[in-house]
Design a protein around this ligand. Structure first.
Ligand code: AMP
Length: 115
């Protein structure tokens, strides 16, 4: 069996994290190396490596993240003025943890293009 990712260890409470939201499908916690005043990682509890590994039956899971978890966090962290939701996929996308995650960044103006 392949080794657990750091995010799976967070789900399983094997390592500590600053959890800001949890339900049966998803977990959200603060990034340890924040790139903005608000930097939260939203992950599905289901182990999916990246957006390249999504299947047809993951549609509801993605909808849940966008329509339930995201609005909850936007309200909780007062991000109604805007934010950035980023998913890095694969080597060229800059992905370092191979458990699907969405970076929710806010609390400052986000420039474009990203680096
Ligand atoms: P990515 O480069 O898109 O795969 O993003 C991985 C993110 O996970 C980075 O922003 C890291 O700072 C963050 N990270 C790594 N380990 C932890 C941890 N133990 N708790 C919270 N965030 C973490």
């Amino acid at each position: 069996m392949s080794e657990k990712t750091i995010f799976k260890k967070i789900i399983d409470r094997e390592i500590p994290s600053d959890i800001v939201y949890e339900d049966e499908i998803s977990l959200a916690f603060k990034d340890v190396n924040p790139q903005a005043p608000v930097h939260i990682l939203i992950i599905p509890k289901k182990e999916i490596e990246s957006t390249n590994h999504l299947k047809d039956d993951d549609t509801a899971l993605l909808g849940h993240i966008y329509t339930v978890v995201l609005p909850h966090l936007v309200e909780k962290f007062k991000l109604s003025d805007g934010y950035r939701l980023v998913t890095n996929c694969g080597n060229n996308g800059g992905q370092t943890v191979y458990h699907l995650h969405f970076h929710l960044l806010g609390g400052r103006f986000m420039s474009w293009p990203p680096g």
